[in-house]
Ligand binder design. Structure first.
Ligand SMILES: [Mn+2]
Length: 258
């Protein structure tokens, strides 16, 4: 049994159905061609800990001139630097998905808060402290983040998705006819991990996930769970998945000792 740093309360059927009906969001899927010059990495949740992420990138020798970083969602909330999210999204080598926290923040920023979870009680107070125009800019940008993506590698495409794949065949993600329930699974679900589901997702070489905060990265079937709590400096660490080799690299973002 994995040591889980955070556990959610069980969700009742009634509550879950209500959530599905409340999601209205555009499903967006992005395809990235092969990186012929450098290395592609995926990383789990960042949660406003961009300085720690930068230190971890420095530690693995990440080269912004040729490498790319794919963030698996939950860029904001909890950590102290959520307000830097637009600076990071402007970096040409930084590509990000929408996680449930990013979703709750853009809904809030557009003054249509997601009614069933108060993200301000989950590290989202920072948003209300920003000037209205800054809130609006953040909301507009987070709203455009794709829910899912794929990245070509020499060995085949790798899928990226914050929480869980609603299908056993990735082709459905490309075709994009997702129901509200499917979208909820993409942003929030933990069932496959918790039931140790080792199903291979068809028509994709591997899928990288964040969302499920665990002490060490884990592979189930062809799915990689990478949120190892790098956003909790002193407790967790960042794990980077090399998308071409599917090897993971563990680095914490703690400041180097002088
Ligand atoms: Mn999440």
């Amino acid at each position: 049994m994995d040591f889980m740093l955070h556990r959610s309360k069980p969700t009742s059927v009634w509550f879950t159905v209500t959530l599905y009906q409340a999601i209205p969001m555009q499903y967006r899927y992005v395809h990235h061609g092969r990186n012929l010059r450098g290395t592609d990495y995926a990383v789990g949740d960042i949660h406003g800990c961009f300085s720690a992420l930068q230190r971890a990138l420095d530690a693995i020798g990440f080269d912004p001139a040729c490498d790319r970083l794919f963030a698996l969602g939950d860029l904001v909330n909890r950590g102290p630097e959520s307000g830097q999210v637009l600076d990071w999204l402007d970096k040409p080598w930084f590509h990000a998905l929408c996680g449930n926290h990013d979703f709750m923040v853009w809904r809030d920023a557009e003054e249509d808060p997601y009614p069933h979870v108060d993200h301000r009680q989950h590290g989202g107070e920072w948003l209300g402290l920003l000037p209205a125009n800054q809130r609006r800019l953040i909301g507009q940008r987070l709203r455009t983040l794709p829910v899912a993506a794929e990245v070509d590698t020499a060995a085949g495409p790798v899928g990226l998705l914050h929480a869980e794949c609603p299908f056993d065949d990735w082709q459905h993600m490309r075709e994009g006819a997702l129901s509200q329930q499917d979208l909820h699974t993409c942003l929030w679900a933990r069932t496959r991990f918790r039931t140790h589901d080792a199903t291979l997702i068809q028509n994709i070489r591997a899928v990288a996930h964040g969302h499920m905060t665990i002490a060490q990265a884990r592979k189930l079937g062809n799915r990689f769970y990478l949120d190892t709590g790098g956003w909790m400096p002193g407790h967790g660490h960042f794990t980077f998945l090399n998308l071409a080799t599917l090897e993971w690299i563990v680095r914490d973002g703690a400041p180097a000792l002088a």
